[in-house]
Design a protein around this ligand. Sequence first.
Ligand SMILES: [Zn+2]
Ligand SMILES: [Zn+2]
Length: 364
Amino acid sequence: MRATAAVLYEVKKPLVIEEVELLDPGPHEVQVRWVANGVCHSDYHLMSGDVPHPLPVVLGHEAAGVVERIGPGVESVAVGDHVCSSYIPSCGKCGYCIGGQPTMCALRDKPRWLMLDGTTRFRKNGTSLNHYLQVAGFATHSVLMEESVIPIRKDAPLDVVCLVSCGVLAGAGPVFNRAKVPPGASVAVWGCGGVGLNTIQAAKLVGAGKIIAVDVMPQKLAWAEEFGATHVVNAATEDPVARVQAISGSGGVDFAFELVGTQATIEQAVLSTHRGGTAVVVGVCPAGTKVSLDPALFLQQRVLTGSSFGAGHQRTDVPMLIDMFMSGKYKLEELISRRVPLGDVNLAYDALLKGEVKRSVVLY
Ligand SMILES: [Zn+2]
Ligand SMILES: [Zn+2]
């Protein structure tokens, strides 16, 4: 069949919006009609070349849609089911999945742009097009492994809950699952865009005490306050480590979350914690990034860790966050600044880079 997709052929060039051929789903694969896909910064790392990736590729990994067809042997979803994409698949069978770390699933060892048989389902003029993170959400239709879709309730608006498929879970999950922030704890959040606002919102939900937002854009700090930050620090005009330490009142915060993805911000996040504190890296760094930290920081029992897709159980965390949204306990609609057609996806990335938007959502 035919689909319309946004394809990256060359780095530092706009995505090409075009009709492509979509092959039938193979065994244990599903065909999904996407309703919406959020405009996330991770795709931009491929567009800029900061993260090298095999091209051409259909981008997009924050999608929600409806299952249209299923291949032989599919048991976990049915035609008509509503699904969120799971940019980290979980097989339910490997040691990671059984051991309680499904975001570390062994399927991550496979090429993340191919189906499990080592081929793709997109063609253009005979050329094979890769599937970004085995999702390819910047397309009207895609084929995915059944491990890459998460069934969700049918009454949830797909053009809103698509955000849970990446930014929302990536931002909120580390608070619930990785840091396990207790009530009253002090928290600092580096980076207050479409992911960091979820870290702030989750910290507020668990009853954190001081929630200190750090960014270089005044607009993003204003958003941070709307989502629950109790203090804001403009790192463009003040020393963020010194300010966070001073605001904490105890030499540093209990937990620091880094959502920018640079050497400087990771180091600042660690330095902003007090002895015994924890820093969690969520931001995606350009390839080759290294950090430089005094080992004495770790002899003082600081912990530096990271989080991938919420560091919990994506198959239950995604529906849980959607339930919270549907019952009015979690803000999602407020994260969406713009809804755009696929043809405007390049403009949506321009707006993201300028810091004009919390999240844009591409609607099909
Ligand atoms: Zn993302
Ligand atoms: Zn697994």
